[in-house]
Design a binder for this molecule. Structure first.
Ligand code: PBG
Length: 320
């Protein structure tokens, strides 16, 4: 076996999996509050961006060949309420960000989350009736929100809320509103995970969140249920499906890719990225190599693309 491993060129020749810049989606955090701009302490290497900085980052990503950017909003706490009304503001942070990107960096694809957690004062992805997350009243606002994002120019909407029936409702709403070409990337297998911690800091929901999300996000112990979720979402009209978190769930990525053969994305979430970054910053491991090795592992498991906070870094490493 060692004959083929002797030199870089022969290792290159027999390599089974390729990681390229075209496999990366840049994950960004944006904010409508000037005082919140800047580094996120629990997510080393990631900053909340105002819209000028977002455009600059998108430009850099596009020039490196990164195909798409995904936006996650930090909303000023004064705009949050129990009904997530800011999610329906056509002049809100996310629609404005989409319009800026489409006008100034038209070559990059724009992916936006559809979920209520950035906009609710309780930090949940759905509306609450007492202590319960109410599925069906949430669907209506998700669908209306998705249409607003499509109207602003989003290329892909990505429902990440884990309400039942949301993909079909969003698809119908987009079609009826005259947006049949807007794609849906479904967070189909989204687990109730501790790896989301730094993200919740980044968008300012960590301290607000009441209870946990286990009544709608999946139990990390389940595989068959993930396949069931994917089957339902495809049936309702999802164009691509996503697994989240990523690295601890590579078996799920592999099962989905082999059983359905559809575009399968993974999200290298905030906690995964923070682990890589903090190990590097402490001198415990080489974080550049950790990043490329983990991203390659997603490809080996069958993922078509990976959402990562490290897309620009990885793209530069791949070039050099
Ligand atoms: C929820 C949402 C989450 C992430 C993005 N959208 C998870 C959550 O808070 O439950 C996590 C992203 C990350 O950890 O990087 N709509």
């Amino acid at each position: 076996m060692r004959r083929k491993r002797q030199s870089a060129w022969s290792r290159d020749l027999v390599r089974e999996t390729r990681l390229t810049v075209a496999d990366l989606v840049l994950t960004t955090v944006i904010t409508d509050s000037e005082s919140a701009e800047g580094p996120v302490p629990s997510l080393p290497g990631v900053a909340r961006l105002g819209l000028d900085a977002l455009v600059a980052q998108a430009r850099e990503a596009a020039s490196l060949g990164i195909p798409a950017i995904a936006l996650f909003p930090h909303i000023d706490p004064s705009k949050k309420d129990g009904s997530a009304s800011e999610a329906l503001n056509a002049d809100g942070l996310v629609p404005n960000a989409i319009r800026r990107l489409k006008a100034e960096v038209p070559e990059i694809g724009v992916i936006v989350d559809v979920a209520l957690d950035p906009f609710t004062d309780h930090g949940h992805d759905g509306l609450m009736q007492g202590d319960v997350i109410d599925n069906d009243s949430t669907l209506d606002i998700l669908a209306r929100g998705a249409v607003i994002l499509a109207e602003a120019g989003a290329d892909i909407v990505a429902p990440s809320d884990m309400m039942d029936g949301r993909i079909g409702i969003v698809r119908d709403a987009l079609d009826e509103a005259g947006h049949p070409d807007v794609m849906i990337l479904s967070y189909a297998a989204k687990y109730a995970s501790a790896f989301y911690g730094p993200y919740r800091d980044a968008i300012g929901t960590a301290s607000a969140l009441r209870g946990d999300k286990r009544t709608y996000q999946m139990d990390p112990a389940n595989t068959e249920e993930a396949l069931h979720e994917v089957a339902m979402d495809l049936n309702e009209g999802a164009d691509m499906v996503m697994v989240k978190p990523g690295l601890p769930y590579l078996d799920i990525c592999h099962r989905i890719k082999t059983e359905f053969g559809v575009p399968t994305f993974a999200f290298q979430v905030s906690g995964e990225y923070a682990m890589i970054q903090s190990a590097g910053e402490n001198g415990w491991a080489d974080s550049d190599r950790l990043l490329l090795e983990t991203l390659t592992a997603f490809r080996r498991a069958g993922c078509d693309a990976v959402l990562t906070y490290g897309a620009i870094r990885a793209a530069k490493l791949l070039k050099s």
